[in-house]
Design a protein around this ligand. Structure first.
Ligand SMILES: C[S@@+](CC[C@H](N)C(=O)[O-])C[C@H]1O[C@@H](n2cnc3c(N)ncnc32)[C@H](O)[C@@H]1O
Length: 384
């Protein structure tokens, strides 16, 4: 069964297309989410069109053009909609131009609420040969909402525990994990709470309930582990400082569905073979944004869609999609990719893509091809 979504693709300059869409009543306030990655400033050419963004003479002009486009996009967002811009900086000699920061300020001036600047940390980044500055190992994901509040669904993107990774705890065996409380004892909880809240600075520590007693009262086996942070439940019965008591028992557990992923996202980059668009962003990055900021059946827009990654993820997750790109070749590729995703032909490709960037680099290093190596590093074939 093909996946049931609608999509429409437009070829042309994103600002003019967005302005045109905004004049159609049916398009105004239709999109709950905009996800996009515009070109970098001054890095590469996608084709020969003079209206291509990123080729402006100055960074100020580039930022103004981007801000105008995204400001026009605001008209298309639902009142609870948000825009997510994956954007990297540009270095000119020793200067970093602060493109993401300056764009964010412009967009706030145009009415958006600046919600978050997420670091997309590219764990598989390739080291640069620079000696005076560091390898660029991350990009920003700017999250702005049309109004102060926007639609969000954190439960869709919760992640499982990572305490065990760097901490001393080892991942506990499955039979030692306890997902939720079992038969909490209300009477016992009330009795313990009374002791806890009635404690004075001179109450002896021995008169306070033990952490094991507390976790048992709440329905957690003190010897079992939380599936989110892998701590033992008796460690959840933490103690805070009150009066002369350095440790005063309280109880709190993690969300059993997992934890908030935080604002540093560690996601490997991807690159594709063949004649596909080079500067793609990974499907898992887009999937996290789409799952958090939209629901099945919503409309999603990408005004710089490239080979259609946003549309592909929309097809895989049941969202409708509108995409814009300056070049007919990209529109054709995106159309093919989204159609493949709708008909289940893309799923295999998702798996095949892994480690492509390292393969390209190895190839360039083995052949001693310096220009291919610097192309890979500078043109984002390996970094996005
Ligand atoms: C970084 S790429 C986007 C890649 C995309 N996220 C993907 O995964 O394929 C930027 C895209 O912006 C397009 N572009 C550049 N200037 C444009 C303009 N003025 N209007 C519309 N698209 C433009 C380029 O053709 C390119 O495909």
């Amino acid at each position: 069964m093909p996946r049931q979504i609608s999509y429409g693709l437009h070829e042309g300059d994103s600002r003019s297309k967005v302005l045109r869409l905004a004049r159609q009543p049916a398009e105004k306030r239709k999109y709950r989410l905009i996800v996009t990655s515009p070109p970098y400033f001054g890095h590469r050419h996608y084709g020969k069109h003079e209206g291509e963004l990123g080729r402006e003479k100055t960074d100020a002009e580039f930022i103004r053009n981007l801000a105008d486009t995204f400001s026009a996009c605001r008209e298309l967002l639902t009142e609870d909609g948000s825009i997510w811009i994956v954007i990297g900086d540009t270095r000119r000699n020793m200067h970093k131009l602060m493109v993401p920061h300056r764009l964010a300020i412009e967009l706030v001036n145009k009415g958006y609420t600046f919600r978050e600047d997420i670091i997309w940390y590219k764990k598989n980044n390739i080291a640069s040969s620079a000696k005076a500055n560091f390898t660029q190992a991350y990009e920003y994901i700017l999250f702005l909402s049309k109004n102060e509040k926007s639609f969000t669904n954190l439960d869709e993107i919760r992640v499982q525990g990572n305490e065990a990774r760097e901490g001393r705890n080892k991942t506990p065996p499955v039979h030692l994990l306890q997902h939720r409380s079992v038969n909490p004892d209300k009477g016992e909880i009330a009795r313990l709470q009374k002791i806890i809240h009635g404690a004075k600075p001179n109450t002896p520590f021995s008169a306070l309930p033990s952490t094991s007693e507390i976790s048992r009262a709440y329905g957690y086996d003190p010897e079992k582990h939380c599936p989110t942070c892998y701590r033992k439940f008796k460690r959840h019965a933490t103690r805070k400082r009150v009066g002369d008591h350095k440790h005063y028992p309280i109880f709190a557990v993690c969300n059993p569905s997992g934890k908030n992923p935080g604002n540093v996202w560690e996601i490997s980059t991807k690159a594709h073979y063949g004649n596909e668009h080079f500067a793609i962003f990974p499907e898992d990055l887009v999937a996290r944004i789409i799952s958090f900021a939209s629901q099945k059946g919503d409309w999603v827009l990408d005004p710089f869609m490239g080979r259609g990654t946003t549309g592909i993820v929309c097809a895989l997750t049941g969202r409708n999609f509108t995409g814009i790109d300056l070049y007919s070749e990209n529109v054709r590729n995106a159309d093919q990719n989204i159609s493949d995703a709708i008909h289940g032909r893309y799923d295999k490709k998702l798996v095949e893509d892994v480690n492509r960037q390292a393969e390209y680099m190895k190839l360039a290093q083995n052949s001693g091809d310096q220009s291919l190596q610097s192309f890979l590093l500078s043109e984002r074939v390996v970094s996005r």
